[in-house]
Unconditional design. Structure first.
Length: 292
């Protein structure tokens, strides 16, 4: 059985840890509110622009007007995993690593050259130890999260696809659903996916009136929409990170409270045993003196 001093030290240690996890939960909750507001405001714009992009792109793929919609044999592929800069957020980052490893087992990438463009320090630290080449230019966007910071990463991926350096670009990120739930998404970023045209479906191509011209819309809208799409993925991941950290720290705080109860019970039992032992020693000594 541990001594009173050891148990007391553990109680102090767990109490300090509980205070830290409780504070981290409160900080994550405050950051989550701001991150959640940003992604909720962006989603309607991104979804509408994405739908418009898919319609315009699919309607012009055969005309050769859309560079970013060209479907090629996949010989070189770029994966863009989005993680956090810090840990202590449960399985948030490890789920992304697992999703990338799972995707790479697909037959489509069996003979393809794979390059990684990590966003987030955890992704950079993980993939730089692996065999695939890693782009080291854009992993620190969360240091100053803004559209301009994400835009440069999107532009590099887009230029690589347009020049033929990559035949496919894939985004892997956590989509924010609520505080306790984050959904891992593996999405094709390039080439642009064509919109579904099933008979009787409401998702068929929509007729648009183009002003000033169709060519101008294609040249201006598609690059902008792709950058917005990547920015949305990064904001989704940012909100998911704070939600995952808030949940993880909440569980850690609860676990610390349970552990403190057990430690205090152990402390009281050990203290009572020590007192009982001392009483028995005193009684035994008194009886020994009396018998003399």
């Amino acid at each position: 059985m541990a001594s009173l001093k050891e148990v007391k030290e553990r109680i102090v240690s767990v109490s300090s840890t509980q205070q830290i996890t409780k504070a981290m939960k409160m900080v994550a909750a405050a950051k989550l509110r701001r991150a959640q507001d940003r992604i909720i405001q962006l989603r309607p714009y991104s979804e509408k622009l994405g739908g418009l992009l898919a319609n315009v792109s699919s309607g012009n793929a055969e005309e050769g007007m859309n560079t970013y919609g060209e479907v090629r044999d996949v010989k070189r592929v770029l994966f863009i995993p989005v993680t956090s800069d810090r840990g202590l957020c449960g399985a948030f980052n490890s789920n992304i690593f697992k999703a990338v490893r799972t995707a790479l087992t697909d037959e489509e990438y069996a003979n393809a050259e794979v390059e990684i463009l990590p966003i987030g320090k955890k992704a950079f630290d993980f993939f730089k130890k692996k065999e695939n080449p890693v782009n080291e230019d854009h992993w620190n966007v969360f240091g100053n999260l803004s559209f301009d910071a994400v835009k440069t990463a999107a532009e590099e991926a887009m230029e690589g696809f347009a020049s033929g350096k990559y035949d496919k670009v894939v985004l892997v990120y956590n989509e924010f659903k609520n505080v306790a739930t984050q959904i891992v998404r593996t999405e094709q970023f390039l080439p642009i996916m064509e919109v579904a045209t099933d008979k009787g479906s409401s998702n068929t191509n929509t007729d648009y009136i183009y002003e000033p011209s169709k060519d101008f819309i294609i040249e201006e809208l598609i690059p902008k929409s792709l950058k917005i799409q990547m920015y949305k993925a990064v904001l989704e991941s940012n909100a998911s990170e704070h939600g995952a950290r808030m949940t993880a720290m909440g569980k850690a705080t609860d676990n610390a409270a349970d552990l403190l109860k057990e430690l205090k019970l152990t402390y009281n039992r050990t203290r009572q045993a020590a007192i009982t032992k001392e009483i028995l020693e005193i009684v035994g000594g008194a009886e020994a003196l009396a018998s003399e």
